[in-house]
Design a protein around this ligand. Structure first.
Ligand SMILES: [Fe+2]
Length: 311
């Protein structure tokens, strides 16, 4: 995009997914963390938020896990305006120490997990186009703030995210000790693939047993999708199985259609224990040769682990 640093941004010019000059410029400068330039949101952005938020309320009541609904009320989100991250954090941080942190977009895998370890959640600040509320080519603020962040108010869930960060740290430390570069890349690719699959089938698309044995949604990809949240619970097309670590880490997934296979945990204690187990398996070498296939690991993801600053 032919924008220069001298070009002015003006209030209300919009922060729409893939059409936000502010984000383009920040990316072109190599910036990852940014301030949320709240005045740039357009009335159309606020209207998109209002519609997304209004239409999903009934579905949340029906399908979301209780912890999520409690989280939504604790965050006091404004149904009519795009949230300010500072406001969200004022409610969130005292509960679990987590904070939403504005980013320009894609965050390399190690940096993403390392943020979780420090109780920071990389948060997209753009809003999807009002004309395609259902189609989400990449995360937006509705996915990140309305889908993810309410879960971060729950202590056990928040601790689970931190454990993911710690597991990634362990992975970086493990491969650091390998001298053969080719083997090092092969090893981290496999471990990261296992981590990414586990994150996908739990944090993004997880189901949980409710108090009376009914299925509830806690995965953010489902919680931020008006169509898929119902499909995940109701459709006979979806396979739903009790989670098994050895299955999940070897199961490929695709991101461009509704998920045909979902996994169920019993509780957030259960989920936390599984991340513990994942890290143990990593240390025992059980993640060194997981099944090939999606997701593909980008060079930036691999590099982020190999070049990680380890403390
Ligand atoms: Fe997500």
């Amino acid at each position: 995009m032919a924008l220069t640093q001298t070009q002015q941004f003006y209030p209300g010019m919009g922060l729409t997914t893939t059409k936000a000059p502010f984000i383009e410029v920040a990316r072109s400068r190599g910036e990852l963390y940014i301030e949320q330039p709240y005045e740039l949101y357009s009335e159309e952005n606020h209207e998109a938020w209002r519609r997304l938020y209004a239409r999903i309320q009934d579905r949340w009541q029906r399908y979301a896990t209780e912890k999520f609904l409690e989280g939504v009320s604790k965050l006091c989100l404004d149904p009519n305006r795009v949230p300010r991250l500072d406001d969200v954090n004022r409610f969130l941080a005292p509960l679990t120490g987590f904070k939403a942190k504005a980013v320009t977009g894609y965050v390399p895998a190690y940096i993403f997990f390392d943020c979780l370890r420090r109780r920071e959640f990389p948060t997209t600040i753009t809003v999807r186009d009002i004309n395609s509320l259902d189609y989400l080519p990449e995360p937006d603020i509705f996915h990140d703030i309305a889908g993810h962040v309410p879960m971060h108010t729950d202590k056990r869930f928040a601790d689970t995210l931190v454990r993911f960060g710690e597991a990634a740290h362990t992975a970086a430390r493990l491969v650091r000790e390998i001298k053969d570069t080719e083997l090092q890349v092969q090893r981290i690719t496999s471990i990261l693939r296992a981590l990414a699959r586990f994150f996908w089938f739990t944090i993004e698309f997880g189901l949980m047993r409710g108090k009376n044995g009914e299925l509830k949604v806690y995965g953010s990809g489902l919680l931020s999708s008006y169509g898929e949240i119902a499909h995940a619970i109701e459709s006979p097309e979806v396979q739903r199985y009790p989670i098994q670590l050895e299955w999940v880490i070897n199961q490929h997934f695709e991101i461009d259609h509704y998920q045909p296979l979902l996994f169920i945990v019993d509780s957030f204690d259960h989920l936390y224990d599984l991340v513990d187990q994942l890290e143990r398996w990593m240390l025992e070498g059980k993640l060194n040769n997981v099944a090939p296939g999606e997701p593909k690991m980008s060079e930036a993801d691999i590099r982020s682990f190999l070049e990680a600053e380890l403390d």
